[in-house]
Write a protein that binds this ligand. Structure first.
Ligand code: FES
Length: 123
């Protein structure tokens, strides 16, 4: 099976935290994430919404149960790593593309390889 790939400059991704490019006829969005990079096809597994290019990013909001039974919500460490689809709000863990509400659903990941000041993005 042939692999499609394209290049993008790392500074173009870091500037806004994400940048889009075409890879093999598909729109792929590369994200800067904690000093590293991840990339996904810009199509939500729900109904194909532009989750990567237009989705909002926010911290992971979770909760713990205290010893007295109180539920204490808090933002987990790791910065803005939850990506929410603009169409119906499905959320994904930006670190691996997994849907938070349904762990069987995933964003389609692209491979990211560093090459000097560029990234090679492959599907
Ligand atoms: S298309 Fe993304 S949540 Fe429906």
């Amino acid at each position: 099976m042939a692999t499609d790939s394209a290049r993008i400059r790392t500074e173009d991704v870091r500037r806004d935290g994400r940048a889009a490019l075409q890879v093999g006829g598909q729109r792929v969005v590369v994200f800067s994430l904690g000093g590293d990079f991840v990339a996904y096809v810009d199509a939500c597994p729900h109904l194909g919404g532009p989750v990567c290019s237009r989705g909002s990013l926010h911290p992971f909001y979770t909760a713990r149960v205290e010893e007295d039974g109180r539920v204490e919500p808090y933002f987990a460490e790791g910065g803005e790593r939850v990506l929410a689809c603009p169409w119906h709000g499905w959320e994904y863990d930006l670190r691996n593309g997994q849907c938070l509400a349904d762990g069987t659903k995933w964003l389609r990941a692209a491979t990211v390889v560093h090459d000097s000041d560029e990234l090679i993005i492959s599907l």
